[in-house]
Design a protein around this ligand. Structure first.
Ligand SMILES: [Ca+2]
Length: 337
């Protein structure tokens, strides 16, 4: 190869490297996510969904569906409004319709966001059954390709596991999950233990659901309780006044600067499992008591139960996570830059 050719090769290589980000959306499949949220009490769901859309814009995630576990009537329309704001108004949306715990804990922001935007859903009643959405989306997905993320109650997964063969698939729910789902990332519980039944979380409103799902889920469950020290939302004042994240955080927080990032941490782990923020505890299992409290125990040692924890120096990781999440969840949607 002549010196001139070497220069040309180097130049073409550099041009190719520079072009990589532009190609990301088309060439990288991203992590396929079904995102299951309560979207009612806490505003971190709004931050996590905004962040997930930013990761999808970057080609790191592919959002297959957004489903709701809350019975608060404006949770599903709120999810649709956020999806529309981020240019994905056609994403499948499901809502909890099965018998069981009809959890409605109200919301300071979901109705305001739902009514501020032009949505096809007026209330959760207009949405499909979340279990039907799960089955439809899973049946169409390649084997072992889907990552399920729950940042709310586990009601929908309980009924997905119980579901029967239907027009979408000849498989029952557990077999369908086993064939299609790579892993479940579950935000809920505290670690190593959380034994106070008075403090709300994702497990206690429907404890039977998490007890059943944690016992019967046929692929690996990654439990996350991280995020309490990751305060985000500080820069929301720089966003447009109609940005759903700014609206939700202002309604929830008032003048307070930040809110913990439990849902963002779990969602970020789902998309970036190899990031340096986390380490995995692969021994032991998550024992969930009948009232929804929990403890990480040595026995039984279940390979299906993995605990996600901060890696290395938690203070440093928390600082890095805070910056990363704040940046991602306030990034302008791809169509609005
Ligand atoms: Ca949540």
């Amino acid at each position: 190869m002549t010196a001139v050719n070497r220069c040309w090769c180097l130049a073409l290589l550099l041009i190719g490297l520079c072009a990589l980000p532009a190609l990301a959306d088309e060439t990288l499949p991203g992590v396929s996510i079904i995102w299951d949220t309560d979207m009612d009490t806490d505003c971190d769901d709004v931050g996590a969904l905004a962040m997930l859309h930013a990761l999808a814009d970057a080609g790191e995630a592919k959002i297959l569906a957004t489903v709701v576990s809350s019975h608060y009537p404006y949770s599903a329309p709120c999810v649709e409004a956020i999806n529309r704001y981020h240019g994905r108004g056609d994403l499948p949306i499901g809502a909890a319709k099965q018998p069981g715990a009809p959890i409605d804990r109200g919301s300071r922001y979901a109705r305001a966001i739902a009514e501020r935007y032009d949505t096809t859903l007026t209330t959760n009643d207009d949405a499909d059954d979340a279990v039907d959405v799960y089955r439809r989306v899973l049946a169409a997905a390649p084997d072992r390709s889907v990552v399920v993320v729950t940042v709310g109650y586990v009601t929908n997964l309980r009924y997905l596991l119980k579901s029967k063969p239907d027009q979408h698939s000849d498989l029952d729910g557990r077999s369908l999950v086993k064939q299609k789902v790579a892993r479940w990332v579950c935000m809920g519980g505290r670690y190593p233990e959380h034994l106070d039944p008075r403090v709300y979380g994702n497990f206690k409103p429907d404890p039977a659901a998490i007890v059943e799902a944690a016992a019967n889920w046929p692929t690996t469950i990654y439990f996350s309780g991280m995020g309490a020290d990751v305060g985000t939302g500080r820069t929301r004042g720089k966003l447009p006044a109609d940005h759903p994240l700014r609206v939700a955080y202002d309604l929830y927080l008032g003048d307070k600067p930040t809110r913990p990032s439990w849902d963002q941490a779990a969602t970020l782990f789902a998309v970036r499992p190899n990031a340096p923020y986390w380490k995995l505890r692969k021994t032991g299992s998550n024992h969930i008591f009948e009232n929804g409290t929990n403890r990480w125990v040595d026995e039984p040692n279940l390979a299906r139960h993995v605990l996600v924890e901060y890696a290395a120096d938690p203070r440093e990781v928390i600082q890095q996570l805070t910056q990363t999440i704040e940046s991602l969840m306030t990034r302008p949607p791809a169509g609005k830059r």
